[in-house]
Design a protein around this ligand. Structure first.
Ligand code: S3P
Ligand code: PEP
Length: 423
């Protein structure tokens, strides 16, 4: 059920320490690899949110024993993946793109469906690739069905992954379990979100899988066992960005503990972006502190690798005192919503000046006024509205429950931050 939310205005510069929950991307990869290892694994610091819980439910539906105690999730030993099963993908890209390559290994039929918007998200590439690798698949997008045969020949496949890096990640995660392993070659416009593919490769190697990514646009996964691992999930750096933005737009200071010194999460790029916009950024002993500038500058930046950060950066840009140009993000039209159209509509709906380009956004400074900010079922649109609402009186986000996709406690965390929260 949707729930409208009056975005709180910051009464003073925000000063807070905010601990953010585990990374969606790492949690859902760890869960898939734990399931494929077939031996007991643990995921500690796991995200518990709609996307992660849909992933757990999908794996349970395929016969994987899973038990959890809050953010600790354990998978048990199992000898086979089984159908019949029904997988609800919700609106989770990681579930709709990572689970079908697992489901081909099940014995039996596996049906997939999801939210209405999920039916519009690009998906055909993964299903065509699985067909080319020997799978029996019905459909070109959600809803679709896979008739698993307990194994897949695998081999080499060429895909166009310009619409989503998740096409590559999903195939690679399961590739070692295919008879001949897997070679994925990308042919098309550049693949977005490459750090997310690096995350996949790194986690596969941690699970003992041999991956060759030495050639651009080609990934080779050797067939072989996927080892059980006790995964420890980093905080979700993309979900940290609205809180860091709060320091930037109010001239305050926000610290996020547990910031990794080295990471494949694209959210780490927020450090550079906030610096470019004039904020002070300091990472010492795993604590990232952002101090807001007196005046927030605009930014001209290519976000192709870190598209996930766009709603936060667009909110910052709408509050900056110079123009911004966000480039390289045409693929955001296929995210939870068409994020380019949504951001333009919402910034302009509050009296701002945003314009869609072929591959991004132009946002020029113009004072914003009170109004309704629509979330379009998109968690990051909702948090972008919260950022704007910190400094524009009278902003209402039409549905704050969308944040449950990756951060169910967002409204409480936001209030705690405004009360000077200590994470
Ligand atoms: O693999 C992942 O965990 C993700 C990859 C990216 O997808 P796209 O490549 O479709 O942008 C990112 O935007 C998404 O939030 C998470
Ligand atoms: C694009 C996103 O999600 P998904 O994993 O559903 O693709 C996102 O979280 O910004």
């Amino acid at each position: 059920m949707s729930q409208s939310w009056s975005a709180p205005l910051a009464p003073a510069p925000v000063h807070a320490t905010v601990a953010v929950p585990g990374s969606k991307s790492i949690t859902n990869r760890a869960l898939v690899l734990a399931a494929l290892s077939r031996r007991p694994s643990t995921v500690t610091g796991a995200l518990r949110s709609r996307d992660a819980d849909l992933m757990i439910a999908a794996l349970v539906a395929l016969g994987v024993p899973v038990d959890s105690d809050g953010t600790t999730v354990r998978t048990g030993a199992h000898t086979a993946l089984t159908g019949p099963a029904l997988v609800d993908c919700g609106l989770a890209g990681t579930v709709m793109r990572f689970v079908p390559p697992v489901a081909v290994l099940a014995e039996g039929r596996v049906d997939f469906d999801g939210d209405p918007r999920a039916r519009e998200r690009p998906m055909g590439t993964v299903l065509d690739a699985l067909r080319a690798l020997g799978a029996d698949v019905d459909g070109a997008g959600l809803p679709f069905a896979i008739r698993g045969r307990g194994h897949l020949p695998g081999g080499a496949v060429t895909i166009d992954a310009s619409a989503s890096s998740q096409f590559v990640s999903g195939l690679l995660l399961s590739g070692a379990a295919y008879d001949d392993g897997l070679t994925v070659h990308h042919d098309g416009e550049p693949v977005p979100s490459l750090p997310h593919i690096d995350m996949t490769v790194e986690m596969l190697r941690t699970a003992g899988v041999s991956v060759d990514d030495s050639e651009p646009n080609t990934w080779r996964v050797e067939p072989g066992p996927i080892a059980p691992v006790d995964w420890v999930v980093e905080p979700d750096l993309s979900n940290a960005t609205p809180f860091l933005a709060a320091a930037a737009v109010t001239g305050g200071e926000v610290t996020v503990p547990g910031w990794p010194a080295r990471t494949t999460q694209p959210g780490d790029e927020i450090r550079q972006i906030l610096k470019l916009m004039g904020a002070e950024v300091d990472l010492t002993d795993g604590r990232l502190t952002v101090r807001g500038p007196g005046r927030l500058g605009g930014v001209d930046i290519d976000l192709h690798d870190v598209g996930e950060l766009t709603p936060t950066v667009a909110a910052l840009a709408a509050l900056a005192d110079g123009p911004s140009r966000l480039r390289g993000i045409a693929h955001l039209r296929g995210h939870e919503t068409d994020r380019l159209a949504a951001l333009v509509a919402e910034v302009n709906g509050l009296g701002g000046d945003a314009e869609e380009t072929e591959d991004g956004l132009l946002i020029r400074p113009r004072p914003l006024r009170a109004g309704r900010w629509h979330a379009y079922a998109d968690h990051r649109m909702a948090t972008a509205g919260a950022i704007v609402g910190l400094v524009v009186d009278g902003v209402t986000v039409d549905d704050i429950t969308t944040t449950a996709k990756t951060m169910p406690d967002f409204p409480a965390m936001w209030s705690a931050m405004l009360d000077g929260g200590r994470g």
